[in-house]
Design a protein around this ligand. Structure first.
Ligand SMILES: [Zn+2]
Length: 380
């Protein structure tokens, strides 16, 4: 009898473990999303759609119900990509893509083009050179045209030591009008209709020419992995709240996927108790930052997180910040209580940098942070 009790206890412990947050599962998702087969989850080679297919089939495997046919909420956006080889030389010196120069993400085209020259150059106070390409329309999707960054190519590392005499560029850029992309959306029915929503963007910066892949492990394969891990746990039990999971594309183009989801609702916002967006979840040595923590409808959730953390010391700090249009929670703040969680401190590989790889994404605080989030969602 004792023997049987011990076996039952072991089975229960194993099942309990299955349901707990799991950095091994998260690591697998991050590894897949940041692999070169995903082309940086941008618009080059349809990396966004490859990633979306993977996430939809993962939702199906976990047993989530689709919020839309095949879990896909399609929409269109205008975007551009650098698919072919790129080259840029200054004064006859060939520059390395990304290492020596960056094509700024804030700049956006309105037609396909091939950069063959830059008509002016300027050295900034910090030594960085910027090259102007006036035939391109540039604007910041969030700030609008009046606050546009007028520079298109930024040359880093002070690689230009003499006055710029000659700029030679061969940078083919494809403009895609009405590019079809998608959010990936699923849910788990709870005991009650009231909902807790988890969101994260799965898109990233794509590729630059043939050699540079922006893998985006921290930004934001890690946030997607956390959301999928929560989905896995929710699907393994009958959660109290109905749990909704929305993974957006178009974030790097100006929060376009989340804007589409907010303005074309698939759920009744009046029933949402809390929407929690996770963007950049590797590292966290210094704790967690919570954006939109001070609004009347979100302050109780921030206080709950802080109290839980005071008891458990899961994070070095839980820091409140006001609302900002810096991630996908932003468009939902008018409809329901919405917060955005971001880790503070490393380790992670970089920001909008090809070095942001799975290998450099630290998950040593992952299980501790997830315990707080699961309690917030009544999933512990
Ligand atoms: Zn980003």
């Amino acid at each position: 009898m004792k023997h049987i009790t011990a076996i039952i206890l072991l089975v229960c412990l194993a099942l309990g473990n299955l349901q707990a947050q799991d950095s091994v599962y998260a690591r697998r998702i991050i590894k897949t999303l940041s692999s070169k087969q995903m082309y940086g989850r941008g618009f080059c080679h349809h990396g966004d759609s490859i990633a979306a297919q993977f996430l939809a089939s993962e939702m199906q495997t976990l047993g989530l119900l689709p919020l839309q046919v095949n879990y896909m909420q399609h929409y269109t956006l205008d975007c551009y990509s650098f698919d072919g080889p790129v080259s840029l030389s200054v004064n006859g010196f060939e520059l390395e893509p990304f290492t020596h120069y960056r094509i700024l993400p804030a700049a956006q085209l309105t037609r396909s083009d091939k950069l063959s020259t830059a008509t002016w150059s300027k050295q900034l106070k910090d030594g960085t050179w910027v090259l102007g390409v006036p035939q391109l329309d540039t604007y910041s999707p969030i700030a609008g045209p009046e606050k546009a960054n007028p520079y298109f190519i930024e040359v880093v590392d002070s690689i230009i030591t003499k006055k710029v005499r000659k700029i030679k560029a061969d940078i083919p850029i494809s403009f895609h009008k009405d590019y079809r992309t998608q959010n990936v959306v699923g849910y788990v029915r709870g005991v009650i209709d009231s909902m807790v929503v988890f969101t994260a963007h799965y898109d990233h910066c794509g590729t630059m020419g043939e050699g540079v892949i922006f893998r985006g492990a921290h930004d934001n394969a890690s946030g997607v992995a956390a959301v999928m891990d929560i989905a896995r746990i929710a699907a393994s039990k009958k959660p109290y709240y109905t749990m909704v999971f929305m993974l957006f594309s178009g974030e790097e183009s100006g929060l376009l996927g989340s804007r589409h989801a907010a303005e074309n609702p698939l759920i009744d916002y009046s029933k949402v108790k809390l929407l929690c967006n996770i963007d950049m979840f590797c590292g966290g040595d210094e704790g967690i930052m919570v954006f939109n923590a001070n609004s009347p409808n979100t302050k109780p959730f921030f206080n709950q997180l802080k109290t839980m953390n005071d008891e458990t010391h899961a994070a070095a700090e839980i820091r409140p910040r006001d609302n900002r249009p810096n991630s996908d929670h932003y468009w939902f703040t008018n409809y329901c209580p919405s917060i955005f969680l971001l880790t503070m401190g490393g380790p992670y590989g970089g920001y909008h940098d090809p070095a942001d790889t799975c290998k450099l994404c630290g998950l040593n605080h992952y299980n501790d942070f997830m315990r707080l989030i699961l309690r917030l969602a009544n999933l512990d």
